[in-house]
Design a protein around this ligand. Structure first.
Ligand SMILES: Nc1ncnc2c1ncn2[C@@H]1O[C@H](COP(=O)(O)OP(=O)(O)O)[C@@H](O)[C@H]1O
Ligand SMILES: O=C(O)C1=C[C@@H](OP(=O)(O)O)[C@@H](O)[C@H](O)C1
Ligand SMILES: [Mg+2]
Length: 175
């Protein structure tokens, strides 16, 4: 685990990982265990643009969506919160640098097979495919894995765990 010092305002827990890893669902359970607030970045992006994520990605395209996501994440100034990011957050260097400063970044790791099972309906889920329509789920997994590893302070393998068991495992890893 990378060592980090915590100053006031920098005690958030930032969840990163593949779409379907459980950042949003596990995040709420984790916030209850840790007695913190919960923030879902995806909802803030939707609010700021007044459009669903899927619609934003479809109308703006991947690059403009990532730019908006970068801006929303870079402006976050929460304290004592669990922050669920969207899976594409790691495409934004500035955002990840900011999030790394305001909290511990936890990578919820799932295998490719688990990603496939959870994202059976990924065409409707609002996933940023930077490589365009020819990009497969395997390409997406291979492209992103090194990015999640790069920005993680802590990696927690959540394969084959229920949401509650996975949240407890993350809480234990944060001690
Ligand atoms: N540990 C888990 N076990 C089984 N299903 C899960 C688990 N975590 C999440 N899911 C399911 O996967 C889907 C995506 O979860 P979600 O929390 O939205 O992921 P993310 O925010 O990382 O994209 C949901 O249907 C959720 O119920
Ligand atoms: O992985 C992605 O490309 C995305 C995942 C979504 O969030 P979840 O990771 O919460 O599903 C959302 O941010 C956005 O639609 C892009
Ligand atoms: Mg989510």
């Amino acid at each position: 685990m990378k060592e980090k010092s915590f100053e006031p305002g920098c005690d958030n827990v930032v969840l990163i990982g593949m779409p379907g890893a459980g950042k949003s669902t596990l995040g709420i359970v984790l916030a209850k265990i840790l007695c913190r607030d919960f923030v879902d970045a995806d909802l803030l992006i939707q609010q700021s643009c007044d459009k669903s994520l899927q619609r934003l990605i479809d109308t703006l395209g991947p690059d403009a969506f990532i730019e908006i996501e970068n801006q929303v994440l870079s402006e976050m100034s929460f304290e004592h919160s669990v922050i669920a990011t969207g899976g594409s957050a790691v495409y934004s260097d500035a955002a990840m640098e900011h999030l790394g400063k305001i909290g511990r970044v936890v990578y919820l790791k799932i295998s490719f097979d688990e990603l496939k099972a959870r994202l059976a309906d990924f065409s409707d889920r609002g996933v940023v495919m930077k490589g365009g329509i020819g990009m497969s789920l395997r390409d997406l997994y291979d492209e992103r894995l090194p990015l999640y590893e790069k920005y993680a302070d802590i990696t927690v393998d959540v394969n084959d765990l229920s949401i509650t068991a996975a949240a407890r495992k993350v809480a234990a890893a944060l001690k």
